[in-house]
Ligand binder design. Sequence first.
Ligand SMILES: Cc1cc2nc3c(=O)[nH]c(=O)nc-3n(C[C@H](O)[C@H](O)[C@H](O)COP(=O)(O)OP(=O)(O)OC[C@H]3O[C@@H](n4cnc5c(N)ncnc54)[C@H](O)[C@@H]3O)c2cc1C
Length: 418
Amino acid sequence: MKRRDFIIKTTGVAAATLSYSQLYGHIQKQIESTANQSNYDVIVLGVGSMGSATCYQLAKRGFRVLGLEQFDIPHELGSHAGQSRIIRKAYGEGSDYVPLLERAYQNWKTLEAETGSQVYYKTGLMYFGAPDDPFLKTVKSSSVKYKIPVDNLTAAECDRKFPQFKLPQNFQRLEEPDAGFITPERSILLFVEQAIKNGAVIRTKEKVIEWKRENGSVTVVTNRGTYKASKLVITAGPWAGKMIPALASKLTITRQAVAWVKPKKWDNFALGKFPCWILENKDHDFYGFPILPVGTFGGPLGLKLALHYPGAETTDPDKVNRDMKDSDEKTLIKFLNEFIPDGYENTLVMKTCLYTNSPDNDFIIDYLAGFDKDVVFATGFSGHGFKFVSVVGEILSDLALNGSTSLPIGFLNAKRFG
Ligand SMILES: Cc1cc2nc3c(=O)[nH]c(=O)nc-3n(C[C@H](O)[C@H](O)[C@H](O)COP(=O)(O)OP(=O)(O)OC[C@H]3O[C@@H](n4cnc5c(N)ncnc54)[C@H](O)[C@@H]3O)c2cc1C
């Protein structure tokens, strides 16, 4: 593969000064202005969360990149819509993730420095759960192992700080002050903007129909054209099983319901007054965010919360039932009335979003067996992947360009499923 020796000039609009809708319009114009070719060093299949960061990393390293996205960038039909994604470091899903999170935090900072635009908001995060809750146990052990500040608040301290919550007396109340949220749509747009600035070609509304490897190169056929590249990176999210049939039986796609509600006392839940939170209640995990201003973050407006696990239905990503069910709403209202009683007056909006679950809920990042090191994929983000987007882009670029990565991803290999 040859490094590119040209950079496309952008219009020079500073992303930092734009509202969300202005940024969206600005990037759509940039996407339309990229000049198509037929040969590339790397094709990225799917420009959502992981794909946008991969296009950015590859282009920044000077390679000819084509990003193919079947819908708009961003869009509401996959896994990345909805204004906010929690980011935290004392990882309850396993301490192996912490070194990747350290790198992810650094890479988010780099994106902010390069674009002058904020994507990480440090609101602090409250973890709540019973004394023997296994997730909270791992939060504490990850925090000790990697010296991540996590404070164990007493009930009285928590009530003083966040009177919005009404919790059983025996619940643990852990606070991770350096946690917060990332704004997903803005991040994806900024990664795409930076990728284009560094020479990437991004094509939207272009669906990949099939891909194959022959005579040492990869051919990708879409509904609008045929392209060749030395390497292929597959970041197709919920559609990964359709693009890699060998993976289909390992992935379960679930339809997740998310609500934005009007609280009884709006100001008490605004950004700056209310933290991000995760509450483990008898094996049901709920999470939520403060109310965010729509101008900066895009819609919808309201206090956002969702049920993480379990209870979601499986679905085909092309046949998702996006009509809301009474049961989706009732679960969330019941939760609010019990644990955040001033948090509910009425429901403003409900939306669906898709998780791509692996059998053990850990990510799968690897070379695709049978294609040497020419095809790389990342999937199975199991509802907790967005905070890692900035590091996954780096990892996938390392794998595609260098044949390995120094980042510790051994535990995410595909061979663990046989
Ligand atoms: C409701 C909800 C809440 C979440 N909360 C959090 C959170 O708080 N913190 C956190 O860290 N994570 C969270 N996540 C998880 C996180 O958002 C996902 O792990 C992440 O977005 C997955 O990224 P992806 O790139 O795999 O998928 P996507 O972002 O969906 O990207 C895949 C892209 O590939 C495209 N594509 C697929 N097939 C084709 C094709 N044939 N041709 C062209 N393009 C194609 C799709 O259109 C899509 O744009 C949440 C997810 C959901 C649904």
